[in-house]
Design a protein. Structure first.
Lengths: 330, 330
DNA sequence: GTGCCACTTGTTTACGTAAACATGCTAGCG
DNA sequence: CGCTAGCATGTTTACGTAAACAAGTGGCAC
C-alpha cells in the first residue's frame, strides 16, 4: 500500500479510501491511485484488514461427510449466497459426528478467521442440554432440535414423512413399512416418528422398522429382508438412496414395483426421476435451507436478530411411478 | 494476549511462545500461562498472526458447481487432508465456468487469506495459452490440459474410456455408441476422444456422438433417440448419471439391458451398484485426486516443488450387470 | 471582504502477534 | 572464585490497514 501511495503521490490513507470505495475522493486522484494499483499489482492484505476491523468476511461451515446428497446441496446454496454477500466459506469437515469431533472442529474454527458458524451435522449431540458449543460466535444449526439454545433451520421432515405415509395409505395399502436412517441421526428419527404417528392416527398396524445407514447398499439389504415376506405392499424409505437399494432387491426377486410393492423415498435427488421405476419421493428444498442459514447468520453477525428459534422449510411430495394401489389380491 | 500475560505475570512474548509450542519455556511458567489462557478463554487472533507471519494456514478451492458427484468427492478428500495438515479450506463457488468468472473468483481469493489455490473447473479455459491466472500464489488444477503451465492432477480418463469401449468390443459388439458430456468440458472431450480412438484402432465404425450435459435427464433424452434406432447394441455414457437416464429410456421402450443393449457408465458413483441393472462403469479414485492435489499444493507452498507437471490417477473398470454379449441375432 | 462550511487529503495511532535483539540468571569449568 | 556458555524471559519493533483527528482549499452568502 505504501508503494501505491508513493507512486500515486498520495498518502496511504487515500489509497485505503480508494480501495474501500469511499466517496470522498476526488475522481482524478482516484484515477491516479487506481493506475498505481494496477501498475504494481496491489492486493489488499485481508489479514491486516481483518486485524483492524475485527471482521473477517468469512463464515465457517462444520460438516460431517460431504458425501450425502443433501448436505452437499445445502453447502452449495450456502456458498453461493455467501459469495453474493461478499463472504467466503471456510470448510471444516469432521470425521465422525461425535461431540468430541465437533468441539474440536469448533476450536479449530475459533482459531481461524470466521465471523460466524453453520453446523451441518446430522446427529442429536447438540440437542442434549448438557452439551454446549463455545459461545461468542453467531451459530446456525441445520436440522436439529436445539432451537431453544441456537438458531436452527430445519426442513419440515415430519410433514414430509407424513405425506409419504399418507400417500401410500390413501392408495389403499393396509400399512406401510419403513426403512429408517441410522440410530443417531436427527433426521432419521424425525422421519421415523412421523411415519409411526401417521400409521397410528390412521389406525394401521405399525410394522417393525428396518434400520439402514442412508447408503444404497443398506437399502438393498433391507430390501432382501422385505422380499422374503409375503405381506409387504408398501415401503417408505428414509432417503432416495435406500429406496434405490430396495428396488434393486425387489427387481432381483422378481417383485414388481409398484405392481406388488410400492416404494417412496425422501430427498428427491436429481437421479430419482430416472430410477426404474421413477421414484415417488419427498422433495426437500436444500437451496432454501442454505440460503436461509446464511441469512439468519448474517442477521446475527450484524446484531439484528436473536440467536435462537427454528425456521422450517416445507417439503413437497413428488408422485412418480413407484407407487400404485395394492394388487387386488392383497 | 496482554490480559493473559498480566494474569500469568509474564510478558506477552512468553505467552506467544507458549501458544506456538516453542521449547524454550520453563514448565512451571508454561503451566501458569496455560491456566491464564483457560481462565479468560484466550484464542489467538489468526488475523494478527497471519499479518505477522505471512502465512494463513488456509487454501482456497475454486469450484464450478458442487452438484456433480465427482467434484464433491474430490472436495471432501481435499478438506479432510487439509484438516490433517492444519489447513482450512476456503471455498469459492463460481456460477459459470467462464474465464471471467474464474478470474473474478481468483481475485476474490487473492483478497482473502489463502496460501495456495486448487481449481476444480471442468472447462478448457485454462488450457488456452493466452489465458493465465494471476501469479504469485501456488496453484494446482484438477483435470486440465495445462500441465505445461501449472501443476495438474488428472484422472486417467483416456484409459478409462478406452477400457470401457474395449470391454464392449470384446464382448462382441460391432461398435459402441457414445453419450458425451457437454462441449466445453475437458473431461468430456478426453473421454470422447479416447472412445473414438479405441473404435478406430479396433477397425469399428464410429457412430455419431450424442451430446448430453451430465444430467440424468439429458441421458434420458439421448436414450430416447437411441431407442428409435434398431442397430444400437452398446452405449458408453460419459458418466453414471447419463447412463441411468439411458437405461430409463430403454426400460420405457421395453429394450432389455443388457439383453438388447449394453450400457457402460463412468465415475462409479455410490448408487451405480444399485441401478437396475447394476451398472458396469469406470471407477475413479476421487479420494486419491483430492489427497494428491493437497500434497502437491503444500509442496509448492513450502517451496519444495516445481509448479508444473501432470500427475495421473488411474481408473478401474468395474464389471456389473449392465453389459453382456450382443444378442445372437444382432 | 469576511467568515463559515463542505470537501479532499494528510497525520497519527492502534489492532494482536512474532521476530530480533537484549537482559539476567544459573551452572559448569579452570 | 571468576568467567563464560546456555537458557529463560523481557523489550522493542514492524507487519498493513482503517479510524479518528487535523489541516488545507475553495466557494458561497452576507
Amino acid at each position: 500500500m505504501a508503494d501505491v501511495a508513493a507512486i500515486a503521490g498520495v498518502s496511504a490513507q487515500t489509497v485505503s479510501r480508494v480501495a474501500n470505495g469511499l466517496t470522498n475522493v476526488d475522481p482524478s486522484t482516484k484515477d491516479r491511485v487506481v493506475a498505481a494499483m494496477n501498475e504494481i499489482g496491489y492486493r489488499p492484505n485481508s489479514a491486516a484488514r481483518a486485524l483492524k476491523t475485527g471482521r473477517f468476511k468469512s463464515i465457517g461451515v462444520i460438516m460431517f461427510t460431504l458425501s450425502t446428497f443433501g448436505n452437499m446441496r445445502t453447502l452449495d446454496a450456502i456458498a453461493t449466497a455467501a459469495a453474493q454477500a461478499g463472504y467466503s466459506i471456510t470448510l471444516i469437515p469432521i470425521a465422525l459426528p461425535t461431540q468430541v469431533e465437533l468441539l474440536g472442529a469448533f476450536d479449530r474454527l475459533g482459531e481461524h478467521a470466521v465471523d460466524g458458524i453453520i453446523v451441518i451435522v446430522e446427529s442429536h449431540i447438540l440437542d442434549r442440554s448438557d452439551v454446549s458449543l463455545p459461545t461468542g460466535l453467531p451459530v446456525v444449526i441445520v436440522d436439529s432440535d436445539a432451537g431453544d439454545k441456537y438458531s436452527v433451520v430445519d426442513t419440515d421432515q415430519a410433514a414430509g414423512a407424513r405425506d409419504a405415509t399418507r400417500h401410500l395409505l390413501e392408495l389403499g395399502h393396509r400399512t406401510v413399512w419403513h426403512v429408517s436412517g441410522p440410530e443417531g441421526s436427527f433426521s432419521a428419527s424425525r422421519r421415523r416418528d412421523s411415519w409411526e404417528a401417521t400409521l397410528v392416527a390412521a389406525g394401521a398396524d405399525v410394522p417393525e422398522v428396518l434400520i439402514g445407514d442412508w447408503t444404497t447398499n443398506s437399502g438393498y439389504l433391507c430390501g432382501l429382508e422385505l422380499a422374503k415376506r409375503g405381506d409387504v405392499t408398501a415401503v417408505f424409505a428414509a432417503n432416495d438412496q435406500m429406496a434405490l437399494g430396495l428396488m434393486r432387491a425387489f427387481h432381483e426377486n422378481d417383485i414388481a414395483v409398484p405392481g406388488r410393492i410400492s416404494v417412496v423415498g425422501f430427498d428427491d435427488m436429481q437421479e430419482a426421476s430416472s430410477f426404474w421405476p421413477p421414484l415417488t419421493t419427498v422433495h426437500q428444498d436444500f437451496g432454501a435451507v442454505g440460503r436461509l442459514c446464511l441469512e439468519k447468520l448474517l442477521d446475527q453477525i450484524d446484531g439484528n436478530s436473536t440467536s435462537r428459534g427454528v425456521a422450517v422449510i416445507p417439503t413437497t411430495l413428488i408422485e412418480r411411478q413407484s407407487t400404485a394401489a395394492p394388487a387386488s389380491g392383497a
